[in-house]
Design a binder for this molecule. Structure first.
Ligand code: SF4
Length: 82
C-alpha cells in the first residue's frame, strides 16, 4: 500500500498520488514507466523518471484508468486517499 506520508511533491492536489522515491518505507516510485507509459493523461514523469499525478480522475472511466495503474505498479507507489 502506498505511503500517504511520502507523496511526490509534484502531485496535483487531490485523492490520487504517487509516492516519492525517497520514501523510507520502501514503497517509493522506482521510475519503471508503467503508469505514465500507459495512462499519461493522469501520470507524469519528473526529471528523474519518477511518476507523479498530473491530473486527478473525475469520471468513472478515468478512475478506472488510474485504478488499473495503481494495481499495475510493481512497488505499490500509487495511492488513493479518496
Ligand atoms: S508504475 Fe509505480 S514505480 Fe512505475 S513509474 Fe508509476 S509510480 Fe513509479
Amino acid at each position: 500500500m502506498a505511503n500517504s506520508g511520502a507523496k511526490h511533491s509534484q502531485n496535483v492536489e487531490g485523492a490520487w498520488y504517487c509516492t516519492s522515491p525517497d520514501d523510507d518505507g520502501g514503497e517509493g516510485c522506482i521510475a519503471c514507466n508503467v503508469c505514465y507509459g500507459a495512462a499519461d493523461d493522469f501520470f507524469g514523469e519528473d526529471d528523474d523518471g519518477n511518476a507523479f499525478v498530473k491530473k486527478q480522475p473525475s469520471s468513472d472511466d478515468e478512475v478506472e484508468a488510474c485504478q488499473e495503474q495503481l494495481e499495475a505498479c510493481p512497488v505499490a507507489a500509487i495511492g488513493n486517499d479518496g
